[in-house]
Design a protein around this ligand. Sequence first.
Ligand code: PSV
Ligand code: MN
Length: 427
Amino acid sequence: MKILGAQIASFNEQEALNHQKQFSYLRDQLGSKGVNVDRLIRKIANLQIAIPSWALGAGGTRFGRFSYAGEPGNLEQKLEDIGTLHALTRAAGAVSLHIPWDIPEDYSALRQQAAELGIVFDAVNSNTFQDQKDQEHSYKFGSLCHTSKAVREQAIAHNKEVIDIGERLGSKSITVWLADGASFPGQHNLRGALVNTLNSLREIHDYLPDDWRMFIEYKPYEPNFYSTVIQDWGTSYLLANECGDKAYTLVDLGHHLPNTNIEQIVATLMMQGKLGGFHFNDSKYGDDDLTVGSIKPYQLFLIFHELVYGMEQNIADNPPLAWMIDASHNVKDPLEDLIQSLEAIRLAYAQALIIDQTSLLAAQDQNDPVLAQEVLQEAFRTDVRPLLQEARLRSGGVLQPIAAYRQFQIRKQLISERGKTTVATGL
Ligand code: PSV
Ligand code: MN
């Protein structure tokens, strides 16, 4: 499945007039407020978000999974799909591999394919939350936290192997998410489990090549329902600090109890220079893995406000963040869902970039919450979609990715190439 430059050009031609009208209106509007629109567009175009290798097929719930026809049947096809997303949006120039769901067979061929599609290998993800065929010890009662040294060693060895795989692909980071926890009070020695986890993470950290980073992801509950060893950002931060300079906290939007102030977590972590990565999704009740921006777009905007502030001020030398979509596509075409996610992320980013920071700081200084809210909402309520379109246009993508995806009949082509019954690896 290859999208041709000519297809993109002719699609954009149909939309050009409309876009020009909307873009020049916005350009004047922002220009009159002193915004450098070209600089803004460059920043938007530079925001590249990794697509996880497990997100190209249908997701599921514990009650069932409804397969999506034309799903990629192997890693090469997954990369192809990311290539399609990137060709349309120019926003998906990275892939995040999950091991062992997607262990490469031919490394140099995969690297070459990725390079041709303009895709880099972002963080690799380890998996000690499932048992694999022929695995010696079970993770049923935990992995890095386990009471048995043999289990912990097996889990540490797996993480080291994931780093080795990532090295061969050009990745520079590993994300560790643990399902480790207890479902019943008394099941765990809470302190003992944390100490074991810390010691295991230290070993993984010390194995990292010099230019690598380790991201420690937290989650309050699920699959364990009484306690999770790395339950919150504070625990992750503590572990990252104890491990050393290459360890950072990773924030997954879905991994918070309802109404948690995630933007404040971002501000705190960036103040300490310890925010490493971000997983995007949205939720109404828990870790629902819905499309980012579909439920709480204002929260997403406020989070990006802190991210932009943190990146621009960067007093604590926080490294560039690893961005990844981490959602599950149960009822939507996964590729369409990912396009919507990419759009929502860039939208919130663009809205945050146009916040009048000087007026906001002045309102804060004068303790004027009314004015502060006015400043924030002025940016949030500005329709910045023409900026995103212009960023895509300038980088060779399409003006309207969902419309183009449907007009090009991409899913239909994928089904005719791959058939109706292929199933992508993942959850
Ligand atoms: C866990 O809920 C998580 O967010 C982790 O990032 C995993 O790697 C991913 O989802 C897929 O299970
Ligand atoms: Mn995640």
